[in-house]
Design a protein around this ligand. Structure first.
Ligand code: PLP
Ligand code: ZN
Length: 405
């Protein structure tokens, strides 16, 4: 629908939505897109969604309006399966690994690139832990725009390769995503790039909020007791929380909310640390290291928003070690048939910890977000396996083929 205005999440400043915007010029706050949702109340009902396109664009009514004849830049992202767990009767696995480019980042980039094209932008730049870069590269290719990707040189091979094939300009940086972000910021004006960094433009949140609408729709508009989300920059969590407020405004749900749970890697857990210390912002995490590449974010730009959501939702924050994550990947694959990216498998570690601590009971409905596919991490997984099991497993013979594999 038509954008009413963009609103600063820090100071409440309103900015016009008819031109590209990054962050609040006054205080650097994250901008949220606001619509006149009250005007849709009673007119747009959940049942109106049935039969619509099986992508996140089924929620086009609550996404920015385009010019007549203009179409979203889509590769079929969203409306991913909500799988009932075979191991835990009240758990669901939201399989975001089935998105184009193999992760939930597709949703944010579909929306951001659609709007970049709408505004007539030509060159987009992003710092990325890996998957956001791949997604931007794909959507920019589909839209005929230029993509400039800055990512750590040790990202999974798949991320480097996909960006190259999609025709993006790639800079491999000897550092972390925070260093990449600095480079984009320094060069953007001079090069004429529009910065689509996490939370530094308002539409990646809009794309990712569709996960919140899907949780509602796929669970019959009865929100679960808990949602566990692997948190790096936090856009997934922030987007879903925004969606729940919108769904309430539309009259689709009541005031109840799921407990929102952040899971991070123990080797880079700034939000967990801040949450445990009762702080409203995080500190830069020194020496960030984890094979869950998407969680290697030493300081999230929207940390104040994430911590606020954890508090308001009576949620919590949990850390998972790389060893625990690797074991959870193998467990999920063999118990559920889901070969999840390390970030997503961390959700299972968090769920198991929260069940043991009594935070969740067996009957609580909990959605675990599997944010990406393990197929994008094969090199990292192999390295991690070698670290975890320096001695190769005993040779196995299956039908004449000799392992270990
Ligand atoms: C597979 C995967 N899961 C989770 C995350 C973290 O996402 P966010 O930055 O939205 O918190 C990322 C980020 O790169 C990712 O690639
Ligand atoms: Zn502001």
């Amino acid at each position: 629908m038509r954008i009413s205005y963009l609103e600063c999440t820090r100071c409440g400043e309103h900015l016009p939505g008819d031109r590209p915007q990054n962050i609040c010029p006054k205080d650097g706050g994250v901008l949220f897109v606001r619509y006149d949702l009250a005007s849709l109340k009673g007119k747009l009902r959940p049942e109106d969604l049935s039969g619509r396109v099986a992508s996140m664009w089924r929620y086009a009514d609550v996404l920015p309006e385009l010019h007549a004849g203009e179409k979203p830049v889509t590769l079929g992202e969203g409306f991913t399966p909500m799988l009932a767990s075979r191991e835990y009767p009240s758990v669901f696995i939201k399989d975001e690994g089935l998105n184009p480019t193999g992760s939930f980042k597709a949703r944010g980039m579909s929306a951001a690139v659609t709007m970049a094209k709408h505004y007539g932008l030509k060159k987009l730049a992003v710092p990325s832990a890996g998957n956001a870069g791949g997604a931007l590269a794909a959507y920019a290719a589909a839209a005929g725009l230029e993509a400039h990707i800055f990512m750590p040189k040790d990202v999974p091979v798949a991320n480097r390769m996909e960006c190259d094939y999609y025709g993006a300009h790639v800079a491999l940086v000897d550092g972390l995503i925070s260093d990449c972000g600095r480079m984009v910021a320094e060069r953007a004006t001079k090069e004429g790039w529009f910065d689509v960094s996490t939370l530094k433009e308002p539409f990646r949140v809009e794309g990712k909020k569709t996960m919140g609408y899907e949780v509602g729709e796929q669970l019959g508009w009865k929100l679960p007791q808990g949602i566990i989300y692997p948190t790096g920059g936090g856009v997934g969590m922030i987007g879903m929380w925004k969606a729940f407020d919108e769904m309430e405004e539309l009259g689709w749900i009541g005031s109840g909310r799921p407990k929102m749970i952040t899971v991070q890697a123990a080797g880079c857990a700034p939000i967990v640390k801040a949450w445990e210390a009762g702080k409203s912002a995080s500190e830069m995490w020194a020496g960030a290291a984890t094979f869950a590449a998407g969680l290697r974010v030493p300081k999230a730009y929207g940390d104040y928003l994430i911590l606020d959501i954890l508090k308001k939702s009576h949620g919590t924050a949990v850390a998972a070690t790389d060893e625990e994550i690797l074991a959870a990947m193998r467990h999920w694959a063999s118990a559920e048939g889901v070969f999840a990216a390390p970030e997503g498998a961390a959700s299972l570690v968090a769920y198991q910890k929260l069940r043991s601590s009594g935070f969740f009971r067996a009957e609580d409905t909990v959605v675990l977000f599997s944010t990406g596919s393990a197929y994008k991490y094969l090199d990292m997984i192999e390295t991690q396996e070698k670290k975890a099991r320096p001695e190769p497993p005993a040779a196995r013979t299956i039908g004449g083929i000799i392992g270990p594999f």
